[in-house]
Design a binder for this molecule. Structure first.
Ligand code: PLP
Length: 371
């Protein structure tokens, strides 16, 4: 039996996509081979990667002067690649006082990891943070400083369940955003950004692929010491084939994009996602047992943490444990909060149908009556 999987990542994939991949598993397009067995340089794989890129450009509405890179290493490697490629000085090693600056906004665990990694290569300055209230809101966007090499934000904060309600205006300073947990969830004006990156395992496909979308004029700024594998210019010049790309993940992402396009693209996905989120947040508003810790204007469309209203820590823990085990028995799995923050969390990415969220709300309503 398929369950409703509320995991933050790797997360649910659309059933239609899994079935199509299954049907083609041992014979992709009449090759007599699985996509996993195809040479990445073969005439059989070329149309697969080209189709994934074309679908991504179509679904996201990518302007032509942006390059798409299919990389590995997760969003976490981008925490280093962004500063190395956009802000590192020619001398390797930690930047001196004269190194280039970059503006970071600290909106949670991933954002602060990005800043800590950035500080190894440039003068990464955290100019705003929402840590004072446990990352339950998005702080006012600081103005960029004139010499900043880039400005970094985490558009959707997977762990604490906040998202930016508007894109900061950074003027001539390129805006770099971690969109791992919100890419494809609603329309996005890519022209406002210099660079976007996302680990695939939330809303795009299987773990193992990292997507980078970069404005062409930002390519070619890496210092000579940067390892070849960490240079956007090399990956761009080689069409993401400097070395073996994650072929299977690129194929699966193509199937997910095909599914997204058939549903009506980002406007249709946004409508679906807003319905799902409204149902869940609406329930949390009226529940006496659970509540959302996140301030209303900043509530994520994709990740919905919720807390048990019980001040005694042991009793709270017992209610959470019972909730998780009874939910799992009812086919609603992976509802625990992130290990760093605790509580409960439902991630409701694109592949989660409205019926899954309705099943969760019905379950929680019944559970609440028996506590
Ligand atoms: C999951 C996640 C990450 C970490 O991604 P990896 O691909 O595991 O490195 C980083 N940022 C955000 C916003 C995430 O949701």
């Amino acid at each position: 039996m398929r369950v409703y999987n509320f995991s933050a990542g790797p997360s649910m994939l659309p059933l239609e996509v899994l079935q199509k991949a299954g049907a083609e598993l041992t014979d992709a397009g009449g090759t007599g081979q699985s996509v996993m067995e195809l040479s990445h340089r073969s005439k059989d794989f070329k149309p697969i990667i080209e189709r994934t890129e074309a679908l991504l450009r179509e679904v996201l509405g990518l302007p032509p002067h942006y390059k798409v890179l299919f990389l590995q290493g997760g969003a976490s490697l981008q925490f280093a690649m962004v500063p190395i490629n956009l802000a590192a000085s020619d001398a390797a090693g930690a930047p001196g006082a004269s190194g280039p600056t970059a503006c970071y906004v600290d909106t949670g665990v991933w954002a602060s990891k990005a800043a800590a990694e950035g500080a190894k290569y440039c003068r990464a300055e955290v100019r705003a943070s929402s840590k004072d209230r446990n990352y339950t809101y998005i702080p006012a966007a600081p103005a960029p400083a004139p010499g900043d090499a880039f400005y970094h934000i985490t558009l959707n904060n997977t762990i604490t369940g906040t998202m930016w309600d508007s894109i900061p205006d950074t003027g001539a300073v390129p805006l770099a955003a971690d969109v791992s947990s919100c890419i494809l969830s609603e329309p996005l004006d890519v022209s406002r950004f210099g660079l976007l990156y996302a680990g695939a395992q939330k809303n795009l496909g299987p773990a193992g692929l990292t997507l980078v979308i970069i404005r062409e004029d930002l390519i070619g700024r890496a210092p000579a010491w940067a390892p070849a594998m960490l240079r956007y210019d090399i990956h761009a010049a080689e069409g993401s084939m400097y070395n073996t790309p994650p072929c299977w993940c690129i194929y699966m992402t193509g199937l997910v994009l095909e599914w997204a396009a058939a549903l009506g693209g980002l406007p249709a996905l946004a409508e679906r996602n807003k319905k799902k989120a409204a149902l869940l947040y609406g329930y949390l508003e009226k529940s006496r047992l659970f509540r959302s810790p996140v301030e209303k204007p900043y509530r994520s469309l994709m990740n919905v943490p919720f807390l048990v209203n019980e001040s005694d820590a042991d009793k709270r823990k017992a209610i959470e444990t019972r909730f998780l085990s009874e939910a799992a028995a009812a086919g609603l799995v992976n509802l625990a909060g992130h290990r760093l923050v605790g509580g409960l969390r439902a991630s409701i990415y694109n592949a989660m149908p409205l019926e899954g969220v309705a099943a969760l709300v019905n379950f929680a309503e019944a559970f609440e009556k028996n506590v």
